[in-house]
Design a protein around this ligand. Sequence first.
Ligand code: GDP
Ligand code: CA
Length: 312
Amino acid sequence: MKTMKLAVLAGGVGAARFLRGLSGVTDPQSLTAIVNTADDFLHFGLHISPDIDTVCYTLAGIVDEARGWGVGGDGTACLEMLSRLGEETWFQLGDRDLALHLTRTRRLGEGAPLSAVTEEIRSALGVPVAILPVTDDPVATEIETPEGTLPFQEYFVRRACRDKVLGVSFRGAEQARPAPGVREALASAAGIVISPSNPVVSIAPILAVPGLLDAIAESGAPVVAISPIIGGRTVKGPAANMLRDLGHEASALGVARLYEKLATTFVLDTVDAPLAPAIESLGMRVLVCDTLMADAERARRLATAVVGLIRP
Ligand code: GDP
Ligand code: CA
């Protein structure tokens, strides 16, 4: 098993599956996930951090495998009672999941920063990978649509991504500072990986935190980006539609263009092999391999290939 420090920029499901693969083929204690927080929102007064939760549940081995988020086999008693009470139930809140939101919210209310609370949760769930919110400061994704500007979860969950996306912004990002440990993790990394996460709403808000792009550039480490788009489609979620709506190509090449200045190597799926020359001509090394993490073994194989790019 290889031990070298890796920093992984992470959204939710795509990132979590990749991180689980990576933690199977490298020393998990040498991994740091730097996770998007711009999906975070308040619901019933609870602070929910969807991407941190997905990464935690997956690495703790308790995720709902079919959905890729939430706790496997979780109960719905709370949601059912909320429904009887006439409350909103568009956001799925499993019973066990709720316990985590209660804990996070209580600790934040006591004045603990999100990074400290996340560390407590990580440790309690027995996750061996360091999980850092990119920032402790509030940042919120807003989606501009023909119906007006929607908070991210309104667009994503309540309206099921059906609106045309006219623009995306990250409120608060300009004032945000990297959370403790983020700069250090990037500076000491032998390699930095951009997960196969949504480039528009998972990776972009991480990079929007002032200092992140500089920290990545200054690290001098190879930066490997993995395409979340396979054969012009997302595995899950609105990334392809969002790219198209915003005037990008919904393909591995379109994603590569977004990471052109940042990534040194781009990983794309075998089905997209014909795009490799165009991506190479952007000035990146290219690896073509199976990138669909349909099961844990395939995620490990992708992770092995990525590790090989960093220390051949
Ligand atoms: P979210 O916050 O849960 O939506 O998660 P992410 O932003 O991390 O992940 C969404 C993106 O991950 C989508 O664009 C998917 O296409 C991509 N994704 C999910 N599973 C896989 C996979 O197995 N392989 C690749 N290459 N991309 C994936
Ligand atoms: Ca997310």
